[in-house]
Design a binder for this molecule. Structure first.
Ligand SMILES: *[C@@H]1O[C@H](CO)[C@@H](O)[C@H](O)[C@H]1NC(C)=O
Ligand SMILES: *[C@@H]1O[C@H](CO)[C@@H](O)[C@H](O)[C@H]1NC(C)=O
Ligand SMILES: *[C@@H]1O[C@H](CO)[C@@H](O)[C@H](O)[C@H]1NC(C)=O
Ligand SMILES: *[C@@H]1O[C@H](CO)[C@@H](O)[C@H](O)[C@H]1NC(C)=O
Ligand SMILES: *[C@@H]1O[C@H](CO)[C@@H](O)[C@H](O)[C@H]1NC(C)=O
Ligand SMILES: *[C@@H]1O[C@H](CO)[C@@H](O)[C@H](O)[C@H]1NC(C)=O
Ligand SMILES: *[C@@H]1O[C@H](CO)[C@@H](O)[C@H](O)[C@H]1NC(C)=O
Ligand SMILES: *[C@@H]1O[C@H](CO)[C@@H](O)[C@H](O)[C@H]1NC(C)=O
Ligand SMILES: *[C@@H]1O[C@H](CO)[C@@H](O)[C@H](O)[C@H]1NC(C)=O
Ligand SMILES: *[C@@H]1O[C@H](CO)[C@@H](O)[C@H](O)[C@H]1NC(C)=O
Ligand SMILES: *[C@@H]1O[C@H](CO)[C@@H](O)[C@H](O)[C@H]1NC(C)=O
Ligand SMILES: *[C@@H]1O[C@H](CO)[C@@H](O)[C@H](O)[C@H]1NC(C)=O
Length: 736
C-alpha cells in the first residue's frame, strides 16, 4: 500500500535528475517542455458539469459529428455485409431490425455507439489486444469472411489503460495501420510519396525483440550503459528546465522506442555518443495533442482514442482492506484524449487542453499573475495644424482595462486639441505563462503503464525486481527514495478547482500511476460518461489475477463497484457479486454479455436468463429492469483471455515480460486469434472445459450473436422486441 504520501507536496522541488549525461541532442531538446505566453486562459479550465448533465468538449463533439456523418455509415455497412455473409453461411437470417439499424435505414442518427476497451497486462495484454482488434478489422480478410471484421472501423471510441495504452497510442499515432503493420512494422519502408515529411519519422513497429529494460542481454554491460545514459540525457533537459522529472520520464523514453514513430530495428541502438547527426529523436517531441494532425485523425477515420491514468493522493482513503490493488477505487481517474486531459469523475469534472498539460496559469505562483491593462500613451502635442495622435491603451492580461490615453492640449500656436482614445480592454489572454510540450505521446503512455511503484520500494528490493538492470542508473540519477521517484508528476492545473470534492485541489502537482492500479483493469470509466451515450462496450481483458496470468473477472467487479460509488455519474450493468462467482460460472472462459435486461421495460422482449451458468452459485447484484428515467448502462461484451485445457497456453506470459522474439509474437497472435473468435457453444461448455477430456469447439454463430449484442440498445430505443436468431443468441450469451 502506498501510505507515505504526506511528503508529496515537497516533491515538486525535490525530484530531479542529476544531469551527468547532459547533451543538447535533438531528443533532449524536443522532450523539454517550453514556457509560452498563455493562449486564451479564460478557456483554460473547462468545467464539465455534473451527473447526467456532463458535457463533452466542443472539439470531441465536432470529431464525433463529422465521423458519424462521413465515416460511420459506410463502416457499419461494411460490417453488416460481413455479418450477413456469416449468417447466410449458417443458414440463418438476421432479424430485420439488425439489418436496418446497421445499414442506417432506420435513422442515420441511430447507428450504435460502440466503445472498445483494452486492458493492461504488459506484452501479454498488448499482443492479445492486437489480435482482438485484428479480429474486428475490416482490412483483415479472414475477419471479414468470418463476420466480425468491420467493428473496429465502426467503433466510436477506443480506450486503453496500462499496456492497453500502448496499443491505443501506437495505433493512433502511427496513422491507424493494420495490426500486422502495427506490431511488426510495415513490411516495406513507407513510400516517400508524402507531401509532408513527418517530423518524427515513420512507424517502425513495436520492436519487441529489444527488451524494455534489458534491451541487449547479449553484450549487455556496455550497451545497456550507453542505452541508459542516452535515455537519461534525453530527460535531462526537462529536469534542467525545472520541471519535475521522475522514473516515469525514463520509462517514457524507453516506451518511445517501441510505441512512437521514429524507431526501427536499424536505428534502435544509436546512442548519445554517436555523432549528433545520426542520433534519432526516437519520438521525442511527438505530442498526444499532435494526434490531431495525423491524417487519419483529420479525416475522422480513427475511433476516438483515449488513454486512462490513475492517481495517488495525499488525501486518499485507503479503504479497500482486501484489495490487491494499491490505488483506492474512488481515486480520481484521468483521461487523456487528443483534445483534453482531466476527469469526468464527479469529484473533479474538469478538463484542460491536452496541449497545455503542465500549465498552472491561474495559480498564485510565478505563473498566472494578474496583469491590468496598461494606460494609453499620451497623445502627442498637436502641431500647429493637426490634432495630436492619441495613444492606445495596451492590452492587459485578465484584469481591468487600461486608462484612456490623455490627449495633450495643444501648445502650438493655433493647433488643435490632441484626440484621445480609450485604453485597451483588459485582455482575456496573455495571462501569465503556460507550458507546451509536456504531453509527449510516450509520457502519456508511460503514466498509464507505470506500475513500478507497486513493486517493493527499497533500492535493494528493486535490484531483485524487473527494474534490476536500471537500478544503478536510478540510484545515480534520482535523489529521492523509490517510493517518491517512481510515480509520474505533472504540475496541477486543477488547483483550486472543486475544492469541496477534489482531493488534490490544494496539491501543487498530480501524482500519477498505472491506469490499472485501481483494479479496474479494463478502462470502462470513460465509456460510462453519460454524455458519450455509449450503447455497447466491447471489452478485451488480458489482465492477470490468477497464478498463471489469466483474468478472473475482477475488472468487472471493480468497474461495477466504482460505478456504484459515483451513482449520479456512472451506471454499469449487473455483474456477479464476486470473482469467485465469475470463475465458478465459467465466465472467465467464454465471452459474456452483461446488461441485456437493462434497457427494455415491460414484457416486450425475451428476458435474459442466468441459466447459462453451470453452477447455482451465481448471484446477480441487481437484475431488475430499471424504472423509466433511470440511466441505462451500456451493454458490455466481455472477452477474457483464457486457456481451455487443450489449448497450448501462449497468451499468459508475465506482465513484466521484457522481450518478445518475432516467432513468439506470431505464435501468440495466432493463439489469441483463436480465443477471440471462438465464442462458446452452450451452458455445459465451461464444465466441459474443466473436465479431463474436454471438447473445445467454436460457435459458428458467434459473429451473428455479436451483431445481436451490438445492435441491442438501438433496438430497444425503437421499442422493438428481440427476434429470431437474436433471441437465441442473447439467451445463450447473456448473464444479466
Ligand atoms: C441536470 O439538468 C436538469 C435540467 O437542467 C436538472 O433538473 C437536474 O437536476 C440536473 N442533474 C444534475 C445531476 O445536475
Ligand atoms: C455530412 O456529409 C455530407 C457528405 O457526406 C456533407 O455534404 C455534409 O455537409 C455533412 N454534414 C455535416 C454536418 O458534417
Ligand atoms: C529506419 O529508420 C531510419 C530513419 O531513422 C530510416 O532511414 C531507415 O530506412 C529505416 N529502416 C527501415 C528498415 O525502415
Ligand atoms: C502518390 O499518392 C497519390 C495519392 O495516394 C497517388 O495518386 C499518386 O499516384 C502517388 N504518386 C506516386 C508517384 O506514387
Ligand atoms: C504539412 O505540415 C504542415 C505543418 O504541420 C501543415 O500545416 C500542413 O497542412 C501539412 N500539409 C499537408 C498536405 O498535410
Ligand atoms: C507516423 O508515421 C506514419 C507513417 O509510417 C505516418 O502516417 C504518421 O502520420 C506518423 N505519425 C506522426 C505523429 O508523425
Ligand atoms: C560517451 O563519451 C564520453 C566522452 O567521450 C565518455 O566519457 C563516456 O564514457 C561515453 N559514454 C559511454 C556510455 O560510452
Ligand atoms: C551535439 O552538438 C552540440 C552542438 O554542436 C554540442 O554542444 C553537443 O555536445 C553535441 N552532443 C554530442 C553528444 O556530441
Ligand atoms: C488591477 O486593477 C484593479 C482595479 O483597478 C486593482 O485593484 C488591482 O490591484 C490591479 N492589479 C494590478 C496587478 O495592478
Ligand atoms: C507637449 O508640450 C508640453 C508643454 O510644452 C511638453 O511639456 C511636453 O513634453 C510635450 N509632449 C510631447 C510628447 O512632445
Ligand atoms: C485641455 O483643454 C480643455 C479644454 O480647453 C480643458 O478642459 C482641459 O482642462 C485642458 N487640459 C489640460 C491638461 O490642460
Ligand atoms: C479643443 O477641445 C474642446 C473640447 O472638445 C473644444 O471645445 C475646442 O474647440 C477644441 N479646440 C480646438 C482648437 O480644436
Amino acid at each position: 500500500m502506498i501510505t507515505s504520501t504526506s511528503a508529496f507536496p515537497l516533491i515538486f522541488s525535490l525530484i530531479f535528475v542529476i544531469p551527468h549525461v547532459y547533451a543538447q541532442t535533438a531528443a533532449s531538446l524536443a522532450y523539454t517542455p517550453q514556457s509560452v505566453t498563455c493562449p486564451d486562459v479564460t478557456q483554460f479550465i473547462r468545467l464539465a458539469g455534473s451527473g447526467q448533465n456532463q458535457t463533452l468538449s466542443p472539439q470531441e463533439l465536432n470529431y464525433l459529428t463529422s465521423r458519424r456523418n462521413g465515416t460511420l455509415p459506410g463502416a457499419w455497412q461494411t460490417y453488416l455485409n460481413n455479418v450477413q455473409g456469416a449468417a447466410s453461411s449458417q443458414g440463418v437470417a438476421l432479424p430485420d431490425y439488425v439489418t436496418s439499424i446497421l445499414n442506417g435505414s432506420t435513422s442515420s442518427t441511430d447507428l450504435p455507439t460502440l466503445g472498445i476497451a483494452v486492458s493492461g497486462g504488459g506484452y501479454r495484454a498488448a499482443t492479445f489486444s492486437a489480435a482482438f482488434l485484428n479480429s474486428l478489422d475490416a482490412r483483415n480478410g479472414a475477419a471479414a469472411g468470418f463476420g466480425t471484421g468491420g467493428l473496429l472501423q465502426a467503433a466510436t471510441y477506443l480506450v486503453g489503460s496500462s499496456a492497453g495504452s500502448w496499443v491505443v497510442g501506437s495505433l493512433s499515432q502511427a496513422g491507424f495501420p493494420t495490426m500486422s503493420d502495427l506490431v511488426v512494422g510495415p513490411g516495406s519502408p513507407p513510400s516517400s510519396n508524402t507531401t509532408n515529411t513527418t517530423t518524427f519519422g515513420d512507424w517502425g513497429g513495436w520492436t519487441t525483440q529489444f527488451g524494455f529494460l534489458n534491451p541487449s542481454p547479449v553484450n549487455s554491460q556496455d550497451v545497456q550503459s550507453q542505452y541508459y545514459q542516452t535515455v537519461l540525457s534525453e530527460i535531462s533537459g526537462k529536469a534542467q528546465a525545472g520541471f519535475p522529472v521522475s522514473f516515469a520520464d525514463l520509462w517514457s523514453r524507453v516506451l518511445a522506442r517501441h510505441f512512437v514513430n521514429g524507431t526501427n530495428a536499424t536505428n534502435f541502438f544509436d546512442f548519445v555518443n554517436a555523432t549528433n547527426s545520426t542520433q534519432q529523436p526516437h519520438g521525442a517531441g511527438a505530442l498526444w495533442s499532435g494526434l490531431t494532425s495525423v491524417s487519419t485523425f483529420q479525416t475522422n477515420q480513427q475511433p476516438f482514442p483515449i488513454i486512462v491514468v490513475d492517481s495517488l493522493s495525499s488525501s486518499q482513503s485507503n479503504g479497500q482492506s482486501n484489495s490487491p490493488t494499491i490505488v483506492p477505487l474512488t481515486n480520481t481517474i484521468y483521461e487523456f484524449n487528443p483534445f483534453e486531459m482531466g476527469s469526468y469523475d464527479p469529484t473533479l469534472s474538469a478538463f484542460i487542453p491536452t496541449s497545455l498539460l503542465g500549465s498552472t496559469p491561474n495559480s498564485s505562483g510565478a505563473n498566472g499573475q494578474t496583469v491590468n491593462g496598461t494606460n494609453g500613451a499620451n497623445g502627442a502635442n498637436g502641431t500647429s495644424s493637426g490634432n495630436g495622435q492619441a495613444g492606445v491603451g495596451g492590452n492587459g492580461g485578465i484584469g481591468t482595462p487600461g486608462e484612456p490615453a490623455n490627449g495633450q492640449n495643444v501648445t502650438g500656436a493655433d493647433g488643435a486639441n490632441g484626440t484621445s482614445t480609450t485604453g485597451g480592454s483588459g485582455g482575456t489572454s496573455g495571462n501569465g505563462t503556460c507550458v507546451t510540450g509536456y504531453d509527449q505521446t510516450s509520457f502519456v503512455m508511460s503514466l498509464s503503464s507505470n506500475l513500478f511503484n507497486a513493486l517493493n520500494q527499497t533500492s535493494g528490493q528493486l535490484s531483485d525486481s524487473v527494474l534490476g538492470p536500471v537500478v544503478p542508473f536510478l540510484n545515480n540519477s534520482f535523489q529521492n527514495s523509490p517510493s517518491d521517484f517512481l510515480p509520474g508528476y505533472i504540475p496541477n492545473s486543477f488547483q483550486g478547482v472543486a475544492a469541496g470534492s477534489f482531493p488534490d485541489s490544494q496539491s501543487p502537482q498530480l501524482t500519477l500511476v498505472d491506469g490499472d492500479e485501481d483494479g479496474e483493469f479494463v478502462p470502462f470509466q470513460p465509456l460510462l460518461v453519460a454524455a458519450r451515450n455509449v450503447d455497447v462496450i466491447f471489452a478485451s481483458d488480458a489482465s492477470s489475477q490468477t497464478p498463471d496470468n489469466y483474468p478472473n473477472g475482477t475488472a468487472l467487479i471493480n468497474a461495477a463497484a466504482r460505478a456504484q460509488a459515483y451513482p449520479d455519474s456512472y451506471t454499469f450493468p449487473p455483474v456477479p457479486s464476486s470473482a469467485d462467482d465469475i470463475v465458478s460460472s465459467g465466465f472467465n472462459l467464454r465471452p459474456v454479455f452483461f446488461g441485456c435486461g437493462s434497457a427494455d421495460n415491460g414484457t416486450s422482449t425475451t428476458t435474459p436468463t442466468n441459466d447459462t451458468s453451470p453452477t447455482n452459485g451465481t448471484t446477480s447484484t441487481n437484475s431488475t429492469t430499471p424504472a423509466s428515467g433511470t440511466p441505462i448502462p451500456p451493454l458490455v461484451i466481455y472477452l477474457p483471455n483464457m486457456a481451455l485445457p487443450n489449448d497450448i497456453a501462449l497468451t499468459n506470459s508475465s506482465t513484466f515480460q521484457d522481450t518478445l522474439l518475432p516467432a513468439s509474437v506470431q505464435a501468440i497472435l495466432t493463439q489469441a486469434n483463436s480465443i477471440v473468435t471462438r465464442g462458446f457453444i452452450n451452458s455445459s461448455f465451461a464444465l466441459q472445459a474443466q473436465s479431463t477430456n474436454p471438447t473445445v469447439a467454436s460457435d459458428p454463430m458467434w459473429p451473428v450473436c455479436l451483431a445481436c449484442a451490438v445492435t441491442d440498445r438501438a433496438r430497444a430505443r425503437q421499442g422493438l422486441p428481440r427476434d429470431g436468431v437474436c433471441s437465441t443468441c442473447l439467451q445463450q450469451y447473456c448473464f444479466s
